[in-house]
Design a protein around this ligand. Sequence first.
Ligand code: ARG
Length: 247
Amino acid sequence: MKAAWIVAALAGGLMLASGAQAAKVYQVGTDAAYAPFESVNEKKEVVGFDIEVLSAIAAKAGIEVKFINTPWEGIFATLANGERDIVISAVTITPERRQTMDFSEPYFEAKQLIAVGPNSKISKFADLKTLKVGVQTGTTGDEVVQKLQGKTSANIKRYESTPLALKELLNGGVDAVVADNGVVVNFIANNKGSKLKTIDDSSFAKEYYGIAVKKGNKDLLAKLNKGLAAIKADGTYDKIYKKYFGK
Ligand code: ARG
């Protein structure tokens, strides 16, 4: 009788242990107001280039992921406090960010791009020195404009999302927006009537997006890098890239 109980308890414990392992679902934070990288569709699903890339990586790495729309402000803190295991959100790898989190190998090259209204006289980044510039708070766009205008400039207008900054440009509330090229181009393509123009400035450095994990999470990072290498090698990455950006 006693022995049977012990056997049952042991079996139950084993089932729980293995069950818990199989059920590990990595929580992925993404600021889904950033088409075509991440956005929410009519069915309220989080979709986009980043979502497809990470889903393909996860399939190769044999891990399960769940995407959770997470505001950009504070998104990195969710790695440190354990609310998220992974952040994929068109995040540029920078030396400062590397101090507080770890990044996968780069998976996308980007650059800042200036958006201005149809009749604007602005022709280069330096022209924005004393003008009102919209940025998404805490992005690399915010950083480059700080370098031009100074950190405390009152002419830097910060928004919680990049589309909000661009809408403000449409409303005439700012003279220009500085943001990642892919998102600016996508916004203009979806707002054709607006006739916004873009200015590419040679002073902008190349940026590389990486997938972020909690600092020191070597195990997960290795899985992600392996999966990324695999989808690059077998053409999956190229297929997703073509779908979103043409060739
Ligand atoms: N690449 C820029 C950065 O890392 C902007 C990223 C914003 N991403 C987003 N999903 N809102 O600062």
